[in-house]
Design a protein around this ligand. Structure first.
Ligand code: 1PR
Length: 541
């Protein structure tokens, strides 16, 4: 099999890229020093995280001259996500750090006045009537980034580039560029299902270079960011010691019968693949109990991720147990080290629950000051804030009057047992076992300040009830922050997904039980949303 060289400079989830390349019939060889770059025929620069972190890693390890020499020699070169950003002269993300300067211009941040930032999800890469490495007008590609190069018609074309664009809100940005031996994508082709694999294949076979810039006569591309539908797998060991997908009713995952065994709904890897093939836009694994009785390097979730990432080419999130901890042999292991293991095993994002609440409590007790030492800050600094999700498990607390508590209340359309017309949402830790004196608004604002990139908003009152999402909770949280929110808990049918997208500004919606019990497929949810006029990505087989 022909070989592709991948630059390994600690850039997050590169395993998925290697898996995608292997799926296209190529072998991956890792480059671990600048001298090895000269051996490469086809070279790929993956990029996850911060512009400055990426450029300084490359510069300090001495890679920049080697990369420039490879590109100048005319050998095939591909750059992904922060990789495309590295081709520009600089970025407002880290103003003092120079890029490679192959493309003139500086990256800007998306405007977050009227939309969530980071831009996360499936969007177009519209190359107009020009051929660009098998990008197709009807396909969607997975983006996750806060910084971008704003598209100005004709500007990059005048520098000889063929350009594809995406549109987010009222901003049109560069989604991919290609010129001669260079292909660079802002989206992650290795996370963009079959549509992304086509792009990688086109680069690897060289077919894309032959047709680059040719006139196309396909349908005109339409649309922007699609509605994101996520399948979530709560995973734990059952009483027999097997790792199973389970699902609770208001977080109680044990059967109602006499034996009270852990509800077993299937095997994690197989179920993840099934949901991928049904068109899930992302798959989330939540390790809902701790596996601290085994060495951290043997965490069973690492193996689940590795196996899932071999066949599932959409983003994977892993949550549960991401905090500073002590290994079985007494060694201290930081949350950042645990997250690194997950990223190296195929995770694109880590989700932090209990530890985020404790960090937020400290943030307020220290007068809203940040010291850079929380798990959220450390992981987002190294991997970018888009890689850090905070998962919240709130519970409704009813109060008779708006000012009956210091917490952020809302007037509810569903009064409490004593007719209380107001409520607030209390944060819990340890899977809902312990309630803290902190409301959801306090929590999300604190974690946004720390650098979290997304909120996974569960709701213990709705979890497993099939009664629909808690729209009041979602609206309260969405109006408090700028980062994207994933609505979770309560989905029982496709109509609930339509409702949450129509009646709240949520960025994504997640379902669990209704998919696991086989009541509806992800495909049925998407077909229903499409019928109602909401834009969705369809699975390309
Ligand atoms: O605190 O960082 O170790 O993370 C623990 C993680 O495990 C948290 O993300 C927490 O939400 C999750 N978790 C802990 N216990 C449970 C439990 O169910 N007993 N599951 C649990 C949370 C909620 C959702 C669920 C939706 C949708 N599960 O993930 O999938 O509510 O369900 P539905 O569509 O069937 O209604 P840490």
């Amino acid at each position: 099999m022909p070989t592709v060289y991948l630059l390994d400079y600690v850039a997050g989830n590169i395993r998925s890229l290697a898996n995608a390349i292997e799926k296209c019939g190529y072998t991956v060889s890792w480059i671990r020093s600048p001298e090895e770059v000269a051996n490469a025929d086809k070279l790929i620069l993956p990029g996850v995280g911060h512009f400055g972190h990426c450029m300084s890693q490359l510069a300090s390890a001495g890679y920049l001259p080697a990369i420039n020499a490879h590109i100048a020699s005319g050998k095939p070169f591909m750059a992904i996500c922060v990789g495309i950003q590295a081709l520009f002269e600089g970025s407002v993300e880290d103003p003092g750090v120079p890029g490679l300067g192959l493309i003139k211009g500086n990256l800007e941040r998306f405007d977050d006045k009227n939309k969530s930032v980071p831009h996360i999800g499936w969007n177009s890469a519209n190359s107009g009537s020009k051929s660009l490495h098998d990008l197709q007008p009807g396909s969607k590609y997975y983006y996750v980034h806060s910084y971008m190069y704003p598209y100005k018609a004709g500007e990059l074309e005048a520098q000889g580039w063929t350009v594809a664009t995406g549109t987010y809100g009222n901003e049109t940005f560069v989604g991919a560029v290609a010129k001669d031996n260079i292909l660079a994508t802002q989206f992650h082709p290795e996370k963009s299902g079959v549509a992304g694999l086509r792009v990688i294949k086109s680069f690897l076979t060289g077919e894309g270079v032959k047709s680059l810039g040719q006139q196309l006569s396909g349908p005109a591309p339409t649309g922007g960011l699609t509605r994101r539908v996520i399948a979530c797998l709560d995973v734990r060991t059952n009483d027999q010691g097997d790792l199973v997908v389970t699902k609770g009713d208001q977080y109680d995952v044990r059967e109602k019968g006499d034996d009270r065994g852990v509800r077993n709904l299937g095997k994690p890897v197989e179920m993840a693949k099934k949901y991928y093939e049904q068109g899930a836009d992302e798959v989330t694994f939540l390790n809902i109990t701790s596996f601290r009785d085994c060495p951290i390097a043997d965490l069973p979730m690492l193996e689940i991720l590795r196996r899932t990432a071999e066949t599932v080419f959409v983003p994977l999130t892993i949550g549960g147990g991401i905090r500073d901890t002590v290994d079985t042999d007494g060694t201290k292991v930081s949350a950042l080290e645990i997250a690194t293991m997950y990223f190296k095993s195929g995770a694109d994002k880590v989700s932090i629950g209990s530890d985020a609440v404790l960090a937020a409590e400290e943030y307020y007790s220290l007068g809203r000051k940040l010291f850079g030492n929380t798990a959220i800050e450390q992981i987002s600094r190294a991997y970018g804030n888009q890689a850090v999700v905070v998962s919240i498990d709130p519970k409704r607390v009813f109060v008779p009057k708006q000012d009956a508590t210091r917490h952020a209340t809302i007037r509810t359309a569903f009064p409490g047992p004593k007719g209380e017309e107001y409520c607030w949402y209390a944060c819990t830790i340890k899977g809902g076992r312990e309630t803290r004196d902190m409301d959801v608004v306090e929590l999300v604002q604190a974690v946004e300040a720390m650098g979290a990139g997304e909120i996974l908003l569960n709701c213990i009152d709705r979890d497993g009830t099939n009664s629909g999402f808690d729209l009041e909770l979602i609206n309260q949280v969405k109006s408090s922050i700028r980062i994207p929110v994933i609505a979770s808990s309560g989905a029982g049918n496709p109509g609930h997904f339509e409702e949450v997208f129509q009646k709240t500004p949520t960025d994504a919606a997640l379902g669990a039980g209704m998919f696991h019990r086989g009541e509806y497929t992800v495909q049925q949810v998407k077909d229903y949303l499409a019928e109602k006029g909401l834009e969705v990505r369809q699975f390309e087989g």
